[in-house]
Ligand binder design. Structure first.
Ligand code: PLP
Length: 502
């Protein structure tokens, strides 16, 4: 494709994207994809066609094959998972990045790629109110950031075993701690980093807040020390995935310091709230951590894949991550940042342009306004649900996610109150709930809302029982959309109850 051909094609594509996003934001597409497994693949040729396609033909395929095969998270009825906003300003930065076709192998391969990344992450640091001790880089995801953190922790705790016999030569097992409510990526990173499942402790949580119980952490560390194991790292979460619980980072940091453990803070979702002074309390103690990650590609709205990873000791990170093949040597070495030594990939994308475009074209004040709108909408929903008979808000609403249960009378109640289960109390009616029946009820009513196409919700286990999560924060979601999902939930609950009874 020549630059002139690109110009013509790109204009068509950009027009298509603008129209698509307008339709998504207006809620004109089903919030959850309706395709069956294999349906998308079946519409594509088995083999690469010999004939070349015209751009118009590909755009028609995008429309007819791809769009139905997407759960539209840029839809005002998207309350699933966590927000995955993709501000159009950052999409422009992504296009610029691809168009430049730069490769970040070393500072020399694209000095701007390194230096724009350093500068925009420092802008974010300042706006987030983090101290100048932090230095940041961009990884693809929080999962990668956590893996990198745990690799560093492993090396620090093993006296840099990688430089000799590796973990296989370690004298004592190294242990990682996180809470039972931590994201699955933490456990995955611990396993990939070689700690082994036997050395991964899922520390208990407070039954009301779902935050890590720091005294349980202390006890687990003491038990491991007594057994001759080496506590190596703790991963605290600010904003857990099920309910946005806030681990007591300051208390955890005190234990980590005393026990010489590496502390990584996973604020993948909640980190965007760093821009709101009124949310500063959520991050108390974060300055004591060794590393911190949060995803601008969630609530803040920088298109995937943009995970900010900050460390306080870049030299430690580089000692673990650096690789300097001779073909990358340049005379700038030693005086510049080499981001290949801050993570796993060698060839890096110019991801910082996504942030640069969003920050310069939209600015952070528009992000702050949106986050405050979402916090207010979540508070509204929590209040409405708490005031409605048979509905329960089952976890504190500290951010924009509301975890709900509907506990109907006469449906699945165990005679004599058997099988209540963690997280369920005796209801206002004095009945003891049958946890499994209520789980099925929650799954069914959530599915009923999702199949309407008007909204998309996900369920999660909280305290061992199923809840419906209403995770507010898609860019186009206004109060009326939250009111609508609340109405849909209540209608679905009523329909399930009458269906069950009939
Ligand atoms: N940590 C938390 C608390 C999350 O909620 C998530 C995803 O939602 C992740 C980590 C993983 O994020 P990523 O998809 O960037 O790997």
């Amino acid at each position: 494709m020549t630059p002139e051909e690109f110009r013509a094609a790109a204009h068509q594509l950009v027009d298509w994207i603008a129209d698509f996003r307008a339709r998504a934001a207006a809620g004109e597409l089903p919030a959850r994809s309706t395709v069956a497994p294999g349906e998308v693949a079946a519409q594509l040729p088995d083999h690469l066609p010999d004939e070349l396609a015209a751009v118009a033909e590909l755009l028609a395929e995008l429309e007819q094959v791809v769009v139905p095969g997407i759960s539209h998270v840029q839809h005002p009825g998207n309350f699933a998972w966590f927000p995955a906003n993709a501000s159009l300003s950052s999409v422009l930065g992504d296009l610029a990045s691809s168009g430049l076709g730069a490769i970040g192998l070393s500072w020399q391969s694209a000095p701007a790629l390194t230096e724009v990344e350093e500068v925009v992450l420092d802008w974010l640091r300042q706006e987030a109110g983090l101290s100048p001790e932090w230095r940041g880089t961009i990884h693809d995801t929080a999962s990668t950031s956590c893996l990198v953190a745990l690799l560093v922790a492993r090396e620090r705790a093993s006296g840099f075993s990688k430089d000799a016999g590796g973990l296989q030569s370690a004298m004592a097992p190294l242990v990682v701690y996180t809470s039972a409510e931590a994201h699955s990526s933490v456990g995955k990173a611990a396993l990939l980093a070689g700690f082994g499942r036997d050395n991964l402790r899922l520390v208990g949580v407070d039954p009301v807040t779902y935050a890590m119980d720091s005294s349980a952490l202390e006890a687990a560390v003491a038990g491991d020390r007594a057994a001759g194991r080496v506590p190596a790292a703790v991963v605290a979460t600010i904003g857990t995935t099920a309910s946005t619980a806030i681990d007591p980072v300051q208390e955890i940091a005190d234990i980590a310091r005393r026990e010489d453990m590496y502390l990584h803070v996973d604020a993948a979702m909640a980190g965007s709230a760093l821009f709101l002074p009124e949310c500063a309390w959520l991050f108390e103690g974060v300055e004591q951590a060794d590393s911190l990650t949060w995803n601008p590609h969630k609530w803040m709205g920088t298109v995937l894949d943009t995970s900010a990873f900050y460390v306080r000791d870049p030299a430690l990170l580089q000692r673990v991550m650096s690789a300097s093949p001779s073909y990358l040597a340049s005379k700038a070495d030693g005086s510049v940042t080499q981001f290949r030594d801050w993570g796993i990939p060698l060839g890096r994308r110019f991801r910082a342009l996504k942030l640069l475009f969003q920050l310069r074209l939209d600015g952070l004040d528009s992000v702050r306004r949106r986050l405050r709108r979402d916090l207010a909408n979540a508070a509204w929903l929590a209040e409405a649900a708490a005031a409605t008979p048979r509905w329960r808000v089952v976890a504190p609403v500290v951010l924009q996610t509301v975890c709900l249960r509907h506990e109907p009378a006469g449906l699945g109640w165990a005679a004599g109150g058997a099988a209540g289960g963690a997280g369920l109390g005796v209801t206002a009616g004095g009945e003891a709930p049958d946890g499994e029946a209520l789980d099925r009820h929650m799954a069914a009513l959530t599915e009923r809302v999702n199949s309407s196409g008007r909204a998309h919700l996900t369920t999660a286990l909280l305290g061992g029982r199923l809840v419906t999560r209403v995770s507010i924060g898609a860019e186009p979601t206004e109060r009326r959309h939250v009111e609508e999902v609340w109405r849909l939930l209540q209608e679905a609950a009523d329909a399930e109850v009458s269906g069950t009874r009939s």
